[in-house]
Write a protein that binds this ligand. Structure first.
Ligand code: PLP
Length: 369
């Protein structure tokens, strides 16, 4: 700690310099986060000091969180769903498995069945909760093999997980088949739609992935990804509006007597930001954003294939992957690489048509060099 405080000017000169070290979004093609929508930023600033960890002090902010959950409940075909705003997909996935474990607390060696494509947050969750993780190999099309999942279920299985929008390849698992399997085995079925939850409902032909399927128990969706809110904002939705209360612990000195959230202090600002975007754009606005991202995904796939880099998969959502040598991607572009060494580009809202063309031009120059 500095002994004597700095001048504001000195401090902000330092902070500005540090901020300039961050990458420019213009070149970030690898992220599932994006530049927040201007209404999210405005709402965020209004709610900066609010703490949802002590909701009795901030009843207005708390009612915004409730509204956000209601919006997602309605979007996911269960208007009465319960839920709360998390810090993102990781927390939602941890809490979903925590809920599953509480439902089956008699099982001493519990296991959870996830696709090989599951986000690494499930490893964290299983590690923390003492759950065996059973990974189901993917089909050739990078979707979870539902029969393979059914074959791994035994008397110690407490939950099945499907992904609606995989992190690496943008695929939607066969959620309807998995939901049926979950029902047959009376299993808790969590759908990780952290990425896809704000894309699938706005596609021209949405695939079933939500509470419209009777077997779905919980859904994770992240406004701070395709919802263009400020960071951090995820949501965990439960079909049963009271299910989260099974996680309640006593909170002696707060304005509420019990809480089920993982974090204690929780920011209200990004939650206001998330609702602001949904209500500002409405379904029509979101459809336009998603249509743009899907169009850019198709364009980047066509452009890369013309350059001789074939797609690794035909994605359901706005994630494009290619067979392409690493050294052929020029700086300052930031792409990522999947576990199978495929080049991965996420066509988030900031990766607009102009950026796609600029990337393709640079790829072409690098190829002919
Ligand atoms: N689930 C999926 C499908 C994801 O793609 C991600 C992150 O990309 C997560 C969960 C984790 O989300 P977060 O980084 O917000 O915790």
């Amino acid at each position: 700690m500095l002994n004597k405080g700095q001048s504001e000017e000195e401090l902000f000169t330092f902070l500005s310099r540090k901020r300039r070290e961050d990458l420019d979004h213009d070149f970030i093609l690898s992220s599932m986060c994006t530049i927040p929508h201007s209404v999210a930023v405005r709402a965020h600033c209004m709610f900066m000091e609010t703490n949802l960890g002590d909701p009795g002090l901030f009843p207005g902010t708390y009612s915004i969180e409730q509204l956000l959950i209601r919006r997602f409940g309605a979007l996911f075909h269960c208007p009465e769903a319960g839920g709360y705003a998390t810090s993102g997909g990781t927390e939602s996935n941890i809490q979903a498995l925590r809920l599953a474990k509480v439902q089956k607390c008699g099982i001493t060696s519990p296991n959870v069945i996830v696709p090989e494509s599951a986000h690494f947050s499930f490893k964290k969750a299983c590690d923390m909760l003492g759950l065996e993780i059973r990974s189901v190999p993917l089909r050739k099309d990078y979707r979870m093999d539902a029969d393979g999942a059914a074959g791994l279920i035994d008397k110690n299985t407490i939950a099945l997980v499907g992904i609606a929008g995989t992190t690496e390849y943008g695929m939607v698992d066969p959620i309807a088949d998995l939901a049926k399997i979950a029902q047959q085995h009376e299993l808790f079925f969590h759908v990780d739609a952290a990425f896809g939850g704000m894309v699938i409902p706005f596609l021209d032909r949405p695939v079933p992935f939500d509470f419209a399927l009777p077997g779905v128990t919980t859904i994770a969706v992240d406004p701070h990804k395709m919802g263009m809110s400020t960071i951090p904002c995820g949501c965990l939705l439960t079909r049963d509006p009271t299910m989260l209360h099974t996680l309640n612990i006593d909170t002696p000195y707060l304005t509420v007597k019990q809480e089920y959230t993982l974090a204690g202090t929780r920011p209200g600002a990004p939650v206001a930001g998330a609702l602001a975007v949904l209500d500002y754009l409405g379904a029509e606005g979101m459809k336009a954003v998603v249509a743009g991202c899907m169009k850019n995904t198709e364009r980047i796939i066509a452009g890369m294939e013309t350059l001789g880099y074939p797609r690794a998969a035909t994605p359901d959502l706005n994630v494009a992957t290619f067979v392409c040598p690493k050294e052929l991607v020029p700086g300052p572009w930031r792409v990522s690489w999947t576990r199978k060494n495929h080049l991965r580009i996420v066509c988030m809202p900031h990766v607009h048509a102009g950026r796609v063309e600029a990337f393709l031009t640079d790829m072409q120059k690098n190829r002919t060099r």
